[in-house]
Design a binder for this molecule. Sequence first.
Ligand code: FES
Ligand SMILES: [Fe+2]
Length: 384
Amino acid sequence: MTRTQSDEVRVIDAGVAPTRFARGWHCLGLAKDFADGTPHGIEAFGTKLVVFQDSEGALNILDSYCRHMGGDLSQGTVKGDSVACPFHDWRWGGKGKCTSIPYARRVPPLARTRAWTTLEQDGLLYVWHDPEGNAPTDADMYIPRIEGALSDEWSDWVWYTTEVDTNCREIVDNIVDMAHFFYVHYSFPTYFKNVFEGQVASQFMRGQAREDARPHAAGTPKMLGSRSDASYFGPSFMIDDLTYRYEGYDVESVLINCHYPVSPDKFVLMYGIIVKKSDKFTGDAAAEMAKNFGTFIAKGFEQDIAIWKNKTRIENPLLCEEDGPVYQLRRWYEQFYVDVADVTPDMVDRFEHEMDTTKAVAAWQKEVDQNLAEKARENATAGV
Ligand code: FES
Ligand SMILES: [Fe+2]
């Protein structure tokens, strides 16, 4: 039998991860973790940075490799307002200027290293990355304030950091991927909508609890579902207003999902949670809740990571109608990888897509019911 056109199999185009890193603000974690009087090394954007606090309390970020002979400043010490290199004690100020060389008669007048633009906001430290070397000027580029952060009405940040060995586009793809929430995260989306506009990409999701995956334990509050309004502001920082609905009350939280690239094939993934205090959740209870959510969300990311570890990069995903607008999302994401002058309207124009979830919800309900029936049979056999 000869093969016909219709027998042709789809070929995966794995492409190659870009060697350029996204333009934008990248969160490096909790500011207080850097404010301990020692230099901190951060491998990011294909190089190494050093973060240190000066005597005014401000956090500064420089290239970690010393311009003298290449020493690693993050292995040095903070002396006054400067970071001192461990190799020959050259001192570098927060603005990148060499402030002193104790053994030299004079400092070479042009001795300057690269200082990175920083932002401290809501207890978090951000660094600005731009391959073109421009400062963030556009108001759109800024990360919005997180109202609950550092507020007495909310718990403190519970913050997690982990390294992932793949290109960071994988996590950004999740913005449109409704189905993986059911299969990978054992949640049950019933409503799913995406909006991309300018530098913001949003995902609005409503979901119901999965009794088959997370059975309700007697004596604990019953979870009914969740409401998640999540937006990426720029290429790497997502703020998720996440409400869990329990029988009789809601728990409001803010989940941060952010990352920074280490290399084209590695990124650091971070997530942080704060929970709003209420009559139900006063101080300690809210902190406890944030910790529990954290553990729960950590599991979710581990599930994603297990997929990313084993999957291939794919430039030409083969999609069905119930998949989200992957290609449009990637066009949006592309704006951060080209020069500002090359950003085209199709990358930033408003785009909206609301998923018709009818078929998915029916199929998933059936699967949940089958799982529950199966479990009931097993329990009956085991005499539980
Ligand atoms: S390499 Fe840094 S002081 Fe010499
Ligand atoms: Fe995911």
